[in-house]
Design a protein around this ligand. Structure first.
Ligand code: PNS
Length: 167
C-alpha cells in the first residue's frame, strides 16, 4: 500500500518568524526532532515586517541552542511556504498550537497549504502547558519596556536582548 513503507522518511519543516526564539519554540524543535527523521527550522524572510533581529542573527541563535540535535537544519526562506517545502523535499509542516485563539489562523493556513500542495501534511503539536502563554510579540514588548525575559527565552537569546536593550 502506498505511504506505508517502513523506509519512508519524515522530513518536516518548522516555519516561523522566531523573532526572537522562545522556550516554547525550543520545546517544539526538540519534540519535532524526535518525531521527524529530519527537521528544518525555516525562518521567514519577511520584507514587510521590521524585525528585531536579522535573519542571520536569528539563525545563529537557533543554531546555538540546537547544536545537540543532529537531525535539525536551520534555514531561511521567502515566498510561499509550500513551494519552499517542495524544494526541500519535505512531506510535513510542523506547527504549534498554544490556545484556541491560535486554532483559527492555523486551520486556515493548513487548509490553504493543503490545497496548494497536498503532499505536505501539516502536523500540529500542542504547546507544552508551561510555555503556552509565551509569544515573541510579548517578549519584545516586555524587553522594550525594561522587563526581564530570562525565564522565557534561552540564555543566548536573553543575552542578545540585554545587549540590544540595556536596562
Ligand atoms: O511565526 P509565525 O509568524 O506565526 O509564522 C508564520 C508563517 C511563517 C508560518 C507564515 O506566515 C508563512 O508560512 N509565510 C510564508 C508565506 C506563505 O506561504 N503564505 C501562505 C500561507 S497559507
Amino acid at each position: 500500500m502506498p505511504g506505508t513503507s517502513a523506509d519512508r522518511r519524515l522530513v518536516a519543516i518548522y516555519p516561523g518568524s522566531f523573532d526572537p526564539l522562545t522556550n516554547g519554540h525550543l520545546d517544539m524543535i526538540a519534540r519535532g526532532s524526535r518525531l521527524a527523521d529530519h527537521l528544518i527550522v525555516a525562518i521567514l524572510k519577511n520584507m514587510q515586517k521590521q524585525p528585531l533581529f536579522s535573519v542571520e542573527e536569528r539563525a545563529e541563535m537557533i543554531r546555538d541552542v540546537t547544536s545537540n540535535c543532529s537531525n535539525v537544519e536551520i534555514d531561511s526562506f521567502e515566498g510561499l511556504l509550500v513551494e519552499y517545502a517542495a524544494r526541500k523535499g519535505a512531506n510535513a509542516i510542523l506547527r504549534g498550537i498554544r490556545a484556541v485563539s491560535d486554532y483559527e489562523s492555523e486551520l486556515q493556513m493548513a487548509l490553504l497549504n493543503r490545497r496548494m500542495r497536498p503532499e505536505a501534511e501539516t502536523i500540529f503539536l500542542m504547546a507544552a502547558e508551561e510555555y503556552s502563554f509565551l509569544s515573541s510579540r510579548m517578549i519584545k514588548e516586555i524587553v522594550t519596556l525594561g522587563g526581564d525575559v530570562s525565564q522565557f527565552v534561552p540564555p543566548v537569546v536573553s543575552n542578545r536582548l540585554r545587549a540590544k536593550f540595556p536596562r
